[in-house]
Design a binder for this molecule. Structure first.
Ligand code: B12
Ligand code: SF4
Length: 498
């Protein structure tokens, strides 16, 4: 079988938790889920192609031309809840013109498996891992078409949507490394990127904690072994010239022994690679941080959420303000840049509590901050409560196309959505426009490109804010990419492998 996976550009949505300006500068990331799916398909002997239309700024028509040439047997798309309708437009357009089946997978299929496939466009859905489903489905498509025997599959039969059971969640170590050879690795970067090439890795799934705003809470922890992780880092370094990695695990440091072993492995391998990760403040201490620094860790993103203890408790965060302060100081002391994620509009939040949170954030001397509007995201306890209390599931109706996108209500706070928006915007400006913060950042900038990116972001944040375009695909946050994008586009047009 020939599988072509398409990663479509996506625009800002009103139901998002972040401000438009933050989304715009967030960065260009490799479509990792699709790279896993393609690696799994290739290992089973199939051909695979990824078209990252977002990064390459390709239109639907550009992608269609390339696909007509490559002649896939099946198309693959990754579906998130937030961008479902937009990706569905791409599914429908390409399917109508190519007349081949489409398989979808990704997080939204865990939330709404049958609904996702019931709509016009997709033929098949993979609601768990592609690990078993894709090779088994492809064998059936080439053979008897006994779809009922494929584990973890959703399919349509006589106008009905059917779903088969999923046998097991495979050991994450058994996955091949993501198929980065199918990606334009030179073009990726995030707002904070200091070195290139840059990539994203996921080395564990799940999180044992239970914060009420988070969909990862109490999901089974499935880590890759330190050897597997170091092997993937080596592959990134040697094959793709990757020098900076952001580990997108929900929590990189859940298992201290694993973190230490990964750090040891990187140090022993002698690779000069910088990396960032996300973790909890109660998982780190001076000893671990020093080891992480020695292994190349340059940034840590901590979920700090609030500067008010009662709010942290209501969120079931399981940390206190002293732990936050100590962890940030220890991180800075180890020479690693700390970033703090904060929530706006938490339960019990008022203008006064948020003023205190902002003051707390400033006192921590973080290198970066992100203020997100607390939103009832699918599969979170707040979402469950909202559906139970109102009998209305916004996300389900949205993906089915029954309603238009809109900001969600936040019944756990007396603040209105408009007030939460205003507070979030103001927080960014107040936090970033402090003379000492600006001076510190300017002195730390490592390249002209990084300086330009940060200057543009600051100027837009102060003067334009939400007026910035929703068409994020029209924007290249990394000026040096312009020429490279054109050369990659040309390669795609001519069908030259990357
Ligand atoms: C890396 C990442 C990104 C990258 C790359 C996109 C990608 N997913 O490849 C970037 C930064 C671009 C990104 C963007 C976004 N992301 Co994202 N992302 C992730 C992250 C951290 C890791 C994905 C991953 O590789 N996991 C490991 C692999 C092994 O698991 P997996 O992704 O589930 O894939 C397996 C199966 O799901 C299945 N599968 C997945 N896709 C497909 C496709 C096909 C055809 C098939 C057959 C099977 C299949 O097979 C895979 C292998 O077994 C996840 C969180 C997480 N830890 O999983 C969030 C996550 C998927 N993203 C999320 C969100 C919200 C977004 C954005 C909307 C953010 C934004 N506002 O911009 C965008 C939307 C992009 C889009 N086009 O829709 C949410 C989705 C929630 C939801 N309800 O849908 C998650 C769960 C994070 C979160 N906690 O909120 N993301
Ligand atoms: S916020 Fe972090 S610690 Fe809390 S449940 Fe989510 S991933 Fe786990």
């Amino acid at each position: 079988m020939r599988l072509a996976c398409v990663f479509n550009p996506f625009k800002y949505k009103l139901h998002e938790e972040n401000l438009k300006i933050v989304q715009r500068y967030f960065g260009l990331f490799p479509p990792l889920s699709l790279a896993w799916v393609c690696a799994i398909a290739q290992r089973a002997g199939h051909d695979a192609l990824i078209i990252d239309a977002r990064t390459l700024r390709l239109t639907k028509e550009d992608v269609l031309d390339r696909l007509k040439e490559w002649k896939p047997d099946i198309l693959g798309f990754m579906m998130t809840t937030y961008m479902f309708r937009e990706t569905l437009e791409w599914v429908k357009f390409l399917k109508k013109n190519l007349k081949i089946p489409v398989i979808i997978g990704g997080y939204n299929l865990r939330v709404y498996p049958t609904e996702s496939v019931s709509v016009d466009g997709p033929d098949f859905g993979c609601f768990n891992s592609a690990y078993e489903t894709v090779p088994r489905l492809f064998a059936e498509l080439e053979g008897q078409r006994r779809f009922q025997d494929v584990p973890g599959l959703i399919y349509k039969e006589n106008g009905q949507v059917k779903m088969t059971p999923y046998a097991r969640d495979p050991d994450f170590n058994e996955y091949p490394n993501p198929a980065r050879h199918l990606l334009p690795n030179e073009l990726y970067a995030e707002f904070t990127t200091e070195r290139k090439n840059f990539t994203v890795m996921v080395t564990s799934k799940g999180c044992p904690y239970g914060c009420l705003f988070c969909e990862a809470g109490h999901t089974s922890y499935n880590p890759r072994s330190p050897e597997t992780v170091v092997n993937e880092i080596q592959e990134c370094y040697k094959k793709y010239n990757i020098r900076e990695i952001d580990f997108f695990d929900y929590d990189f440091c859940v298992d201290r022994k694993r973190t230490e072993a990964i750090c040891d492995g990187i140090i022993k391998s002698g690779l000069n690679v910088s990396w960032a990760c996300r973790t909890r403040v109660d998982y780190v201490d001076e000893t671990l941080l020093r080891q992480m620094k020695a292994a190349g860790c340059s940034r840590i993103y901590f979920g700090l959420e609030s500067g008010i203890q009662e709010i942290l408790d209501l969120l079931n965060k399981g940390i206190n303000l002293r732990q936050i302060r100590e962890a940030i100081e220890a991180t800075k002391g180890a020479g690693i840049r700390p970033l703090g994620f904060f929530l706006v509009g938490s339960p019990g939040e008022t203008k006064e509590t948020f003023r205190k949170t902002l003051k707390f954030a400033k006192s921590l001397k973080l290198d970066y901050v992100q203020f997100s509007k607390l939103t009832a995201k699918p599969l979170t306890p707040y979402w469950q409560q909202m559906v139970e209390n109102t009998g209305f599931d916004y996300w389900r109706e949205y993906i089915l196309g029954n309603i238009k996108e809109r900001p969600l209500p936040r019944p756990w706070t007396s603040l209105t959505n408009e007030e939460i928006d205003q507070m979030t915007k103001k927080a960014y400006i107040i936090y970033h426009c402090r003379p000492m913060f600006l001076l510190h950042h300017t002195l730390q900038v490592k390249s002209w490109s990084e300086f330009q990116r940060k200057l543009f972001a600051l100027t837009e944040m102060i003067f334009r804010q939400e007026k910035v375009s929703t068409m994020d695909e029209n924007f290249i946050a990394y000026p040096e990419n312009k020429a490279k994008v054109l050369s990659y586009k040309e390669k795609y047009k001519q069908g030259i492998p990357l």
